[in-house]
Design a protein around this ligand. Structure first.
Ligand SMILES: [Cu+2]
Length: 230
């Protein structure tokens, strides 16, 4: 996400500069070539140098944008040095998390319904069981779906990736600060689309290990909302 923000800042600087330059050119043309100041218009219709310049300059600007943009795209695509994997499966309308490196620990995560919100819990974002992850760890995230297209999107972590039935998509994250990060499904997936938020709880590494041990690291932990047996 830090690098996405950097690219956005670069693009904003370029956009603002171009807008100011074009505005100045227009204002200058209005002032300099208005009928009052320029009663006899020039007959010139071609200027090769100028035409080459206003073709080449935008092309160069596009190249300047393309280089960091592609670099970021490939940087975000996958990481060669993941320390652990989180597998995310989407369902209508909740999420399942699996931890293959923690002995296959797995559980479902559901929205907290309006009537059960505790003080401080954000409506439509709070979940009954967030995915716990360690900070300072490069985590591979693989996503898939059990029914229809959903989108796994956690803005603060710079992740937004479609979950596709029968296909495994990959992203990666590295969380610096402990805390609770929220996300939402980002593909229209049916009537419960707005009611399958994502909660990621980032904790220090030792706390994560303790949590994984406490959770049993073996069988799927059933959620009390889970429609599936066990
Ligand atoms: Cu969805």
């Amino acid at each position: 996400m830090e690098r996405i923000i950097d690219l956005n800042s670069l693009l904003t600087a370029i956009i603002v500069s171009i807008t100011i330059l074009v505005l100045m050119l227009i204002l200058f043309a209005v002032w300099r070539f208005g009928a009052a100041r320029n009663p006899v218009p020039s007959n010139i219709t071609h200027n090769t140098l100028l035409e080459v310049l206003w073709t080449v300059t935008p092309a160069v600007i596009l190249l300047i944008i393309a280089v960091p943009s592609f670099r970021l795209l490939y940087y975000m695509d996958r990481t060669p040095e993941a320390e652990m994997t989180l597998k995310v499966t989407s369902h209508q309308w909740y999420w399942s998390y699996e931890y293959p490196d923690q002995g296959g620990l797995a559980f479902d995560s559901f929205i907290v319904p309006d009537g059960e919100l505790k003080p401080g819990q954000p409506r439509l974002l709070a979940v009954d069981r967030p995915a716990v992850l360690p900070v300072g760890t490069t985590i591979r995230v693989v996503v898939t779906s059990s029914d229809v297209l959903h989108g796994f999107a956690v803005p603060a972590l710079g992740v937004k990736i479609d979950t596709v039935p029968g296909r495994l998509n990959e992203a990666w994250i590295r969380i610096d600060k402990p805390g609770l990060y929220y996300g939402q499904c980002s593909e229209l997936c049916g009537i419960g689309h707005a009611f399958m938020p994502i909660g990621i709880k980032a904790v220090p590494r030792d706390e994560f290990t303790a949590w994984a041990t406490r959770m049993g690291s073996k069988a799927r932990v059933p959620s009390r909302h889970s429609p599936r047996p066990g």
